[in-house]
Structure formats: C-alpha cells, structure tokens
Design a protein around this ligand. Sequence first.
Ligand SMILES: [Fe+2]
Ligand SMILES: [Fe+2]
Length: 406
Amino acid sequence: MAFIPISQVKPGMILSADAADVNGRLLLAKGQTIDANHLMVFKMWGVSDVAVEQADTDMPDADKPLDPAIMRRVAEQLRPAFANNDLSHPAVAEIFRQAVLHRARLAPPARVGAVTEFSRPPSPPSSDGAARRRNLQSRDIQLPEIPSMIFKINDIIADPFSSADDIAQVISNSPGLSALLLRIVNSAFYGFPSRIDSITRAVTIIGSREVSALAVGVITMEVFKDIPKNVFDMRAFIHHSLACGVLARILAASGNIRNTEQMFVSGLLHDIGRMVIFHYFPDQAPAMLAMTGTGSLYEQEKQVLGFRHTEIAADLFEKWKFPVTLSQNIVFHHRPMAAQDPVKAAVVHLADILAHGLGEGKSGEWRIPTLDATAWEKLRLSPHILSGVIPQALHHLGFLMTVFPA
Ligand SMILES: [Fe+2]
Ligand SMILES: [Fe+2]
C-alpha cells in the first residue's frame, strides 16, 4: 500500500484503504476504482492523499514480501515485550502481527537481533537518600509556574465572548510558535487543500480549541524537554510522543469518534509526566530505567518513586488549569475506563500500545502496555483497520519528525 498526494492520483487507480475526510467521514471505500468525480470530491473535502494499489513493478517497500526467517526472528525478539498482554486477544494478535511486519521491514537482516528499546542498560548505583526519598514519596516537586502564554490561552478559551482574533493575537506574539503551528496545520496530516497563511486563518478553519490545544501541547513539551543525555534520549521520546499523537488522531477519525480535536495533542502529551520525572529526578531516573526483574516501568515508577507518571501529569494539569477534556485523555491513558470519556482515553491507550509495538520512538518502557480489553470493546473497532491506520500514521509521522523541535 502506498499513500500518494491527491495531485498524483489518476482515474482508474484502486483505493487500497478507505478514503475519509478530515473528520473521518467515509468518502470512498477500499477496493473501489477512483474516477474523475471521486477526485473532485476528495479535493472538495480536503483529502490530501489516499492509499492506492500499485503495480508490482512499482511496489513500495511496505508491500515487498518479507523473508519468513526474519519475521520469525523478529517475532521471537518481540514476544517477551508483550508479556503483559494476552496474545490470543484478536486486537493484541493484530498489533503483534503489525509490529512484527513493521520491524522486519525496517531491520536489515544483520540487525534483526536489535529490538533495542526493550533491552535495558546496566543498572547504575542508586544514590537516593532517605530525605530525598521522602520528598519523592510525597510527590513534593516544585512544578514550574504556568507559562504565561498557556495562562492567556486558557483565559481566552474560558471567556465566552472571546473571538478567533484573540487567540490568534496571543499565539502570534511568538513568531517561532506561530511558524511551527502553521507548518503542522499546512501539512498533509491536517489535509487542508489551500494554504493556511496566518494563525487567524488557522483558528477560523481548524477551530480555536484545536489550534489552542496544539499551542499548549508544543509549549508544554518545550518546558520539560531539557533532559540530560545520560538520563534519556529526548529525540526518541519526542518520536514516541508524536507517534502516539498521530496514531490517536487517525484512530479517532477511523472510529468515527466525534470531536476528534485535541486527540493529536492528547497523544503528544500522554507521557508528559515521564518527562517531568526525567527532568526533576536525573539521579533516580537512570536507576529506575535500568531496573531488572519482572513488571513494567509503569509498575516500577510506583515502587521506586511512590507515584506514577500519570499522577505527575495530573498534578501539572491541575496547576496549569488544563481543560478537563484534554487532561483526562492523558491522565487515564493507562486505565482508560476510569476516565470521564473512556472512549477518547481508550484511543490514546491504544495509540500508545501501537507506538510501542511498532518501535516508533522510546518512552523508557520495556514492556508493551497491557491492552484493556473493555476499553478495546468500547472503541468498536475491527482489528483489521490497523493495517490501514498504521501506514497512514507512519507517513505523517515522518513529516512531523522533521518539523518538531528536539
Ligand atoms: Fe504512559
Ligand atoms: Fe507512552
């Protein structure tokens, strides 16, 4: 399957994945032959690219047959990382299958053994004293004050009399942020056919909630991104965060979930609590990341620090007065059924599992998070949609990685 820009699509090509508009509404089903009328409809509804079947001579890497021996080796390597999951569950089985295909495709034969994000570095000696530990246990962290721009954005969003111009004016005060947001909203990921050349226009077209959420997401990542290199590879962390964001937005659109705004930012910020931990506990974090034994990093956090990254995220969002709809998607991404809107939290939950499974970036976690079967049921998705969602997400992820600051 190959995603190609709409400008290169010719009548007669066959869709290899459903084509939907930016809100996830189906425009043409997989397997249909595209005609001139369809092309007009795609352009009208802002579809920027579609997946089409290609001739064998022009077969992209994604569709080339893989060596079964390589796939078996990748599967063997990956299986222990799925130890907290039930591989007989149809969704988990499909996630595992897609993960093996993706990793086998990427790994040159000589490097197949390297499923690196699940092998841990040697454990450095722990240096935490009793006083420090008490601070950790009581989560006694001086979280930074709310950045003034987030404060202003929150204020405007809460004001029923505010206009698109008010949001745009605040964001436009930061040329760097404005330029980055415009690159993101002009990318194929947002799929608008005409160029959006100002934040005011972005707010008008995409909506003030989505643009302000994007701005808040980018600013929040910026605040905590200075992590010492010996603690964590920040680029790999941003890669994981972006992968989760892209997957969350596409999954939400595929699941016909209403109001998919904020889903990208929910995914982008889902592990922000872990960034806070890496940022504030540079001494403890490497020891925790290097822990051996059973369980997951998610469980180790509780044992070593006394709290989890999701609890730190909740503290931060409370202090920074994040909208509840956004913070709930993030705080409950490991136990979505406890969220006010379990479906949206379940989308982030599934996106996180997929990002880990595919090996797109790193969060420090050495086990694939456990899929909550009830949350999966809530999503009402067929496991088969993953084979369409994943290539689409990877296509957009590649671009976002090039524009997102590390
Ligand atoms: Fe997490
Ligand atoms: Fe994660």
